[in-house]
Design a protein around this ligand. Sequence first.
Ligand SMILES: N[C@@H](CCC(=O)N[C@@H](CS)C(=O)NCC(=O)O)C(=O)O
Length: 201
Amino acid sequence: MKLYITPGSPYARMARIVVLEKKLESRVETIAAKTRTADSPYYDINPSGRVPYLVRDDGVGMEESALICAYLDHLDGAPQFDLPGGDQMWESRRLEALARSMLDGLSVWGREILRPENERSPGVIQHETARAQRMADVWEREIGQPLMRGALNMIQITLACALGLEARNSGFLWRPGHAKLCEWFDRVAARPSLKATAPPR
Ligand SMILES: N[C@@H](CCC(=O)N[C@@H](CS)C(=O)NCC(=O)O)C(=O)O
């Protein structure tokens, strides 16, 4: 299989973490794609131009980090990162949505600061800065949840990839006042799969 990524993409990082956690390196070739470039040859592979993108062994391509992570996790018939069902179903899905919401906002902010300075929108940056602060406050309250403390799952992977964007965005200062979140993040970020996929600064 081929997994198309960019080194700085938090969504691609989620898929890269699953590859490493599931020891799929020999089955999945990770390829850096040229995104956001007119006429990139990558558009012939994935017309949306986004990463992550997984081209399966049968040649069929799939996008969306959640789908790709689930597919990779299920390859061996023993998924580890699925959210629980039963009594915990709605709570786990609520938390996953909360982590995804934070990540989506940070990605909008990240895209804005990658634009040439004269094209950046101060309004968008202000809006996303405030959203990220509010979301860090929420997560400081939620981080003690058993689902965030137990075995690695998709909620934890998503939140860790969101908070890890501090490396790429000097304005994303989520640590002050969030001691529990710092303790949680630093512990999860020390896992080999997270260290190996840490975004470039
Ligand atoms: N909802 C998608 C989001 C993927 C996404 O936005 N990827 C960004 C990189 S972080 C991208 O490929 N951007 C290139 C572009 O927009 O052309 C997912 O979860 O995979």
